[in-house]
Design a protein around this ligand. Structure first.
Ligand code: SF4
Ligand code: SF4
Length: 183
């Protein structure tokens, strides 16, 4: 099956760690839009290592209820990067919302965040992080690709899955049925 695939390309040689992409994403995804700028709400986080002059934007990718066991060293521009950010035990280059850290979780609810490519109605010309990356470290591309006809969890389902992990299925079903009776 052919499908339009949206991509954000990252040029690490151009990224200077200004975090404008984080601010733009957080503002766009606040409710109502642009009402606040809380970088923890951003679906892109910039790994910054000023001493080694390495900056790596990482997009929120998926929710996982389990911690992984991997702690790796990455080579970025031939410079080895440890797996820890600001001395904390977090996996700096991973886009997952997982139990071992607070990254990529909605700050008020704790629900997982995932990059939605700034889907909007009417659609944006390009995602907010790309628009506000003034040095073109992020560039947007659309192309037709052959993809497997797989069913992907939508954002709502991902949120429900994490609520079920947190509170249990029965409580979530109870809450939904109580809410639907009130409407
Ligand atoms: S806005 Fe661009 S240059 Fe600034 S941190 Fe984000 S990707 Fe890097
Ligand atoms: S594409 Fe949109 S949602 Fe995804 S990281 Fe960029 S600004 Fe955030």
């Amino acid at each position: 099956m052919k499908k339009k695939v949206k991509l954000i390309k990252i040029d690490l040689n151009k990224c200077m760690g200004c975090r404008a992409c984080e601010v733009a994403c957080a503002a766009f995804h606040s409710n109502p839009k642009y009402s606040s700028v809380n970088p923890t709400r951003s679906r892109i986080q910039v790994y910054r290592n000023e001493l080694k002059n390495v900056f790596v934007p990482v997009k929120a990718s998926f929710y996982t209820p389990a911690e992984c066991s991997g702690r790796h060293t990455y080579i970025v521009d031939e410079k080895a990067q440890s797996d820890y950010r600001d001395g904390m035990s977090v996996c700096s280059f991973c886009g997952a919302a997982c139990p071992s850290r607070d990254l990529f979780k909605e700050p008020d609810s704790g629900l997982p965040l995932k990059c939605d490519m700034c889907e909007d109605d009417p659609p944006l010309e390009e995602p907010m992080c790309v628009k506000w990356c003034l040095v073109d470290a992020l560039t947007y591309e659309e192309r037709e690709e052959e993809v497997e006809d797989e069913v992907k969890l939508e954002e709502l389902e991902i949120g429900l899955e994490s609520l079920i992990d947190k509170y249990g299925k029965d409580k979530v079903i109870d809450a939904i049925s109580r809410m639907s009776q009130k409407r």
